[in-house]
Design a protein around this ligand. Structure first.
Ligand SMILES: C[S@@+](CC[C@H](N)C(=O)[O-])C[C@H]1O[C@@H](n2cnc3c(N)ncnc32)[C@H](O)[C@@H]1O
Length: 572
């Protein structure tokens, strides 16, 4: 019987353990049931939860059975009505009895629900549920802007063709992305992305999280937009080493590694150097790099601040390209469509009393059945840990954007100081001008850009797949303190790439631009953007200080002091 108690405890999550459902299950050390069994129970019960919640409430199960919490009631009712072998417990077990006593009524309510949903047989009902058709009632317009499951085939381990003939064998090739978006959400179909090599779009509820291709790192879940920065760098062997300045969890790092490896020959020893400031996220990065077999190419600089890296040092003398995807407001991130949703039954009058009474009694299994730790009526259960970053900052949006954009400009300016660097991509998963075009305009106007000859990579010089991408930079009036002439503005905005969320392109909200310079750095102006004198990062002011940025602030301030000292020396 530990299966139901263990699954209920993981779902109730009284200790507020972070991470995806899968990692929470696998991290639990003292599980008696197999993790696969717990996951299967939770995943199946979630799929049916909208129906079962209703069935349980109509039968007043929680009011009559004081041993049951909403989660336990849902899991047990699922197995009673839908599992091949029924409830996995001895016939006389107290929990099994708590549902089998009501089998006839639960069964009758379930049949009524099937008919209400318009399915003549249980098989048809199952198919609809497996296709995710019950989740929400969407009209065609909403379906057209669904978020697909983007899958990047990891060229370090496999090829697209190999994956199509194994993992995706039996899947139909769609001719357009909208075919995938409009199809039932678990349909076996894929669409080859026309912009990014080795990228597929699949319906959002396709269960791939436990496929061997995913668990062995042959395929990686990565939003289309998030594949733009590494691809936009358009790396060649001549570019030497590549820095990923803000790497965890490592989606773009492993993408860079795949691109670098695809063109390396035995004479070249191109490397990817991945910086990650945060200790915990460094762990995730290391795991991801290893799983993707990128460790032959990637050197992880864990718990290391990119801003503290010395641009002129021998270690980076061969760094020709830098990918910079710094912390941002994350406002472009879309809620994951593939996350499991578990709808829980609401206890009716009578149940409250019973559960309060039972709470006072000594519980055999501690918090497993404790209603006090029962969460809200719908549980959102994320299936994977590869979300770019959660940047939590307090305060008003405008203040947050000011603090973030100062930091972003500073880190971009730092990247422009690397002696051998000729290419940089700057990206965010933010929708705000301040963090995107605003940073790029200011970076182009900065002293370091002018001294070293950094310019925007114009659209016509961009890699083919992104040159043809039509969503481009936007302008917002009165957001910049520097003056930009109309021609430059037009050119820079055309060179910036945006992805909008909630459109028929199926992407998250995203921004990327590339800066480049020719081999010989120029000392005169390289851009017509009028220069703001105030292009220096001064660290976060006290009221802008945010927890997320704490460690950066210190090193940034030190770095700024050092540079000021150096400049004073130079001027003498
Ligand atoms: C937006 S996330 C990067 C997502 C990643 N590029 C990917 O695609 O998987 C930003 C990351 O940069 C890290 N970071 C922020 N400032 C940093 C700095 N100064 N040096 C190194 N890492 C930094 C954050 O801890 C966070 O993990």
């Amino acid at each position: 019987m530990s299966l139901y108690y263990e699954a209920a405890a993981i779902l109730a999550n009284p200790d507020k353990t972070g991470g995806s459902l899968v990692s929470r299950i696998y991290k639990k050390k003292d599980l008696k049931s197999s993790p696969g069994q717990v996951f299967a129970l939770v995943a199946e019960a979630s799929k049916w939860s909208l129906v079962l919640k209703d069935v349980i409430e109509k039968c007043r199960l929680l009011a009559e059975e004081r041993k049951l919490t909403p989660i336990l009631a849902l899991l047990l009712t699922h197995d009673l009505l839908l599992a091949k072998n029924g409830v996995a417990a001895p016939a006389t077990h107290v929990l099994k009895l708590a549902v089998t006593r009501h089998k006839a009524r639960l069964g009758a309510e379930f049949t009524k629900a099937r008919i209400r949903y318009g399915h003549a047989t249980l098989a048809a009902f199952r198919e609809a549920v497996n296709n995710g058709e019950l989740d929400t009632e969407e009209d065609a317009t909403q379906k057209a802007v669904r978020h697909p499951r983007w899958v990047r085939v990891n060229a370090l381990k496999t090829t697209l063709e190999q994956q199509l003939s194994t993992t995706f064998a039996g899947f139909k090739e769609a001719k357009t992305l909208s075919e995938v978006l409009l199809a039932p959400r678990a349909s076996k179909m894929y669409f080859r992305d026309p912009n990014i090599p080795n990228l597929l779009a699949l319906p959002s509820k396709i269960e791939l999280g436990r496929s061997s291709a995913y668990t062995s790192g042959q395929i990686i879940f990565q939003d289309k937009a998030s594949c733009f920065p590494a691809y936009l760098l358009d790396l060649s062997q001549d570019d030497g080493d590549v820095i990923d300045g803000c790497a965890a969890p490592g989606n773009k790092t492993t993408h860079l590694a795949a691109i670098v490896s695809s063109q390396s020959n035995s004479r070249q020893n191109q490397r990817v150097i991945a910086f990650e400031r945060d200790k915990v996220r460094t762990g995730t990065l290391q795991k991801m790099v290893k799983l993707a077999s990128a460790d032959k190419v990637v050197s992880v600089k864990g718990s290391s601040d990119f801003i503290a890296a010395k641009p002129g040092s021998d270690e980076f003398a061969n760094v020709g390209a830098i990918l910079l995807d710094p912390s941002c407001s994350g406002t472009g991130i879309v809620g994951r469509d593939d996350a499991l949703k578990m709808h829980l039954p609401i206890p009716q009058a009578g149940a409250d009393h019973a559960q309060k009474t039972s709470k006072n009694k000594k519980r055999k299994r501690g918090d497993e059945t404790d209603t006090a730790s029962e969460p809200a009526a719908v549980l959102d259960l994320d299936l994977d840990d590869s979300t770019p970053e959660e940047t939590l900052m307090d305060g008003k949006l405008s203040e947050r954007l000011t603090a973030l954009s100062k930091f972003q400009l500073h880190i971009l300016n730092h990247a422009m100081r690397f002696d051998a660097a000729r290419k940089i991509t700057y990206s965010t998963c933010s929708i705000h001008f301040e963090e995107n075009e605003g940073v790029v305009f200011q970076a182009l106007a900065s002293t370091v850009a002018r001294e070293r000859g950094w310019k925007i990579l114009k659209r016509e010089r961009q890699v083919e797949g992104l040159k043809k991408w039509n969503v481009r930079g936007v302008w917002e009036e009165d957001k910049l303190s520097c003056v930009v002439d109309e021609e430059t503005k037009k050119e820079v905005l055309q060179s910036c790439i945006r992805c909008d969320k909630g459109t028929e392109e199926g992407t998250m909200g995203f921004f990327v631009a590339a800066l480049v310079r020719d081999d010989v750095p120029t000392s005169n102006g390289s851009t017509e953007v009028a220069v703001s004198k105030d292009d220096e990062w001064k660290g976060f002011s006290e009221d802008e200080a945010v927890q997320e940025m704490a460690s950066t602030t210190t090193s940034v301030e030190n770095d700024t002091k050092e540079r000021k000292k150096k400049r004073r020396k130079e001027h003498k």
